[in-house]
Design a protein around this ligand. Structure first.
Ligand code: FAD
Ligand code: NAD
Length: 464
C-alpha cells in the first residue's frame, strides 16, 4: 500500500494506548464519539501494563512472599530456603498477569467499538495525523488526545551500550538474578525493583545522589522503609553520584564520586522519566511543549491548540497511572460537551515497597514552607492490635489537619497495606471531611484502618 492511501475520519483520535489513552478512548466511545487509538505497539496498556505498574507489582508480590516466609521463622514456622525458578515466574508474570489484563483491555475496546491502529502517529496539522509503520494511513480528526506517556531518562554523560546496564523495562524482564546489582537512583523504581532483586538473592548496592531515599517524601514515612532497605541491601550510598561505568569482561565497573568503586554483574538505571513528546509533529500544530518537553494543559486537559488535548505522563508530574486515567476521562467528557474538569484536590501516591509508603494531600513540610498553621497527629503502629497480629509494627499513620475548620488536609501512611489504606485518606481530603468525621466513623476491629481513626481521635484531644 502506498502511504496515505487510506484515510480514516473520526471524531476523536487518541495517540497512545496507555492508561491515559485507553481511559480517554473508552469514555469517548461511551459518549457516542467515534474514536480510534493509535499506538506504536498496536496494543492497549502502555508503560503501565507492559513495563511498569503491573509487572513490577507482580514481582513485588513474589518478593513479599519470600520475605513473609523468612519472617515466619520468628513465629515458629519454617518453610526452608526458597528456591526460585525463573521460567515459571516469568511465565506467570507475562501470561497470567500481563497477558490476561491485555486480553481484557482488547476485549473492552472491541465491545466499545474502539479501533486500535498500530503505528507511530505524527501530527501533520491540527486536523490530521500520519500513521507510520506497518499500517500506514492518515487519520482525520475533529479532536485529538495526546497520551504518549514517558520513557526512562538516561544517565547524563554515562551512556554505556551494554546488556548489563538495564532500564526498568529490561530489569522487569528478569533475564537472570545477578549476584551483584548496582541500582542508580533511590526513587520509586530503584526502591521497588531493588527490593525485588534483593529478595530474589542479588546483593544490591543502591546509589542515590541526594542525601535521602525518596527525596521530597515526608522523612517520618521514609524512615521505616530506609531501615528495611538497610537490612535487605548490601549497601546504600546516599549523596553519591556514579562518575563512570565501564565494561570489564563480563561485569561492569562503576566509579563513584566518593571513591570506594565497585564491580557489578548488572546495573539498573532508575533516575526518572522523560515525557515522550519529541517527533510527534507538534510543530505542525499550536501545541507548545515547555522547556522540559512536557505539554502544558489546563484543568480541562486542553492544550494551546483548541482541537488537541493531552493527558498522562506527557503533561507532567506526578507521572502516575491513576492521574493519567482521571485526566483521560476528563478530556473525553470535555470533548463530549460535559462540564468536567481535572479539579481533584489530591493525587494519592504509593511506593509499593516493604513496607509500603503512601501519601496524599498536604505534607507537614509543605505546610511549614508555605507558613501555614496545621495540626499534626502521628499514630505509631507499635501498639496497634492488627499490626501486632501481623508481626508488623513498623508502621506509622500521620494526619495533617486545619486547626480552625478541622478539615483533613493530608494523610501519610507507612507500613504493610499502606497502599490500600491511603484510599480512605484520599477520600477524606477530597470530600473535605473533618477530623471529627474520621474519629466518629466506626472502623472495623482489628484492622490497620483503625490507626486513621485513632490519629483523628488524638487530634481531637489536642484540640481540647
Ligand atoms: P504510557 O503508559 O507511557 O503509554 C503511552 C503509550 O503511547 C505507549 O503505549 C507508547 O508506545 C505510545 N506512544 C508513544 N508515542 C507514540 C506515537 N507517536 N504514536 C503512537 N503511539 C505512541 N504508576 C502508578 O500509578 N502506579 C505504579 O505502581 C507504577 N509503577 C510503575 C513502575 C514502573 C517500572 C514504571 C516505569 C512506571 C510505573 N508507574 C506507576 C507509572 C505509570 O506507568 C505511568 O504513569 C503511566 O503508564 C502513564 O500513562 P500514560 O497513558 O500517560 O502513558
Ligand atoms: P524518581 O524520580 O522516583 O527517582 C529518581 C531518583 O534518582 C531520585 O531519587 C533522584 O534523586 C535520583 N537520581 C537522579 N539522578 C541521579 C544520578 N545521576 N545518580 C544517582 N541518583 C540519581 O524516578 P524513577 O524511580 O525512575 O521513577 C520514574 C517515575 O515513574 C516516578 O517518578 C513515578 O512517577 C513513576 N513510578 C511510579 C511508581 C508507583 O506509583 N509505585 C513506581 C515506579 C515508577
Amino acid at each position: 500500500m502506498v502511504m496515505g492511501d487510506l484515510v480514516v475520519e473520526v471524531d476523536v483520535a487518541v495517540v497512545g494506548g496507555g492508561p491515559g489513552g485507553y481511559s480517554a478512548a473508552f469514555r469517548c466511545a461511551e459518549l457516542g464519539l467515534e474514536t480510534v487509538v493509535v499506538d506504536s505497539g498496536k496494543r492497549l496498556g502502555g508503560a503501565c501494563l507492559w513495563e511498569g505498574c503491573i509487572p513490577s507489582k507482580a514481582l513485588l508480590h513474589v518478593a513479599a512472599l519470600i520475605e513473609d516466609a523468612e519472617r515466619a521463622r520468628d513465629l515458629g514456622v519454617d518453610f526452608g530456603e526458597p528456591r526460585v525458578a525463573l521460567d515459571p515466574l516469568r511465565k506467570w508474570k507475562d501470561e497470567r498477569v500481563v497477558g490476561r489484563l491485555a486480553r481484557g483491555l482488547a476485549a473492552l475496546a472491541k465491545t466499545r467499538g474502539v479501533e486500535v491502529i498500530g503505528g507511530r502517529a505524527v501530527f501533520e496539522s491540527s486536523r490530521e495525523l500520519r500513521v507510520e509503520g506497518e499500517e500506514p494511513q492518515k487519520v482525520r480528526f475533529k479532536h485529538a488526545i495526546v497520551a504518549t506517556g514517558s520513557a526512562p531518562a538516561a544517565l547524563p554523560g554515562l551512556a554505556l551500550a551494554s546488556d548489563r546496564v538495564m532500564d526498568s523495562t529490561a530489569a522487569l524482564e528478569l533475564a537472570d538474578i545477578p549476584e551483584r546489582l548496582l541500582v542508580i537512583g533511590g526513587g520509586y523504581i530503584g526502591l521497588e525493583l531493588g527490593q525485588v532483586y534483593a529478595a530474589l538473592g542479588s546483593a544490591v548496592t543502591l546509589v542515590e545522589m541526594t542525601d535521602g531515599l525518596l527525596p521530597g517524601v515526608d522523612r517520618a514515612l521514609v524512615q521505616p522503609l530506609a531501615r528495611r532497605c538497610e537490612k535487605l541491601f548490601d549497601k546504600i550510598r546516599l549523596g553519591t553520584k556514579v562518575t563512570s561505568l565501564a565494561e570489564k569482561g563480563s561485569a561492569i565497573e562503576a566509579r563513584f564520586d566518593g571513591g570506594d568503586d565497585g564491580v557489578f554483574d548488572r546495573v539498573l538505571v532508575a533516575v526518572g522519566r522523560r515525557p515522550a513528546s519529541a517527533g510527534l509533529g507538534l510543530e505542525n500544530t499550536r501545541v507548545n511543549p515547555d522547556a522540559r518537553s512536557f505539554i502544558t494543559v489546563d484543568d480541562r486537559c486542553r492544550t494551546a491548540d483548541r482541537a488537541i488535548y493531552a493527558v498522562g505522563d506527557v503533561t507532567g508530574e506526578p507521572m502516575l497511572a491513576h492521574r493519567a486515567m482521571r485526566q483521560g476521562k476528563v478530556a473525553a467528557e470535555v470533548i463530549g460537551g460535559r462540564p468536567s474538569a481535572f479539579d481533584n484536590v489530591v493525587v494519592p501516591a504509593v511506593v509499593f515497597t516493604d513496607p509500603e509508603v503512601a501519601w496524599c494531600g498536604l505534607t507537614e513540610f509543605e505546610a511549614a514552607r508555605a507558613g501555614r498553621a496545621v495540626r499534626v497527629a502521628k499514630r505509631e503502629w507499635a501498639a496497634a492490635g492488627r499490626a501486632l497480629t501481623l508481626g508488623r509494627t513498623d508502621g506509622l499513620t500521620k494526619l495533617i489537619a486545619d486547626p480552625d475548620s478541622g478539615r483533613v488536609l493530608g494523610v501519610g501512611i507507612v507500613g504493610p497495606g499502606a497502599g490500600e489504606l491511603i484510599a480512605e485518606g484520599a477520600l477524606a481530603v477530597e470530600a473535605a471531611l473533618t477530623v471529627e468525621d474520621l474519629a466518629a466513623t466506626i472502623h472495623t476491629h482489628p484492622t490497620l484502618s483503625e490507626t486513621l481513626m485513632e490519629a483523628a481521635e488524638s487530634l481531637l484531644r489536642q484540640g481540647g
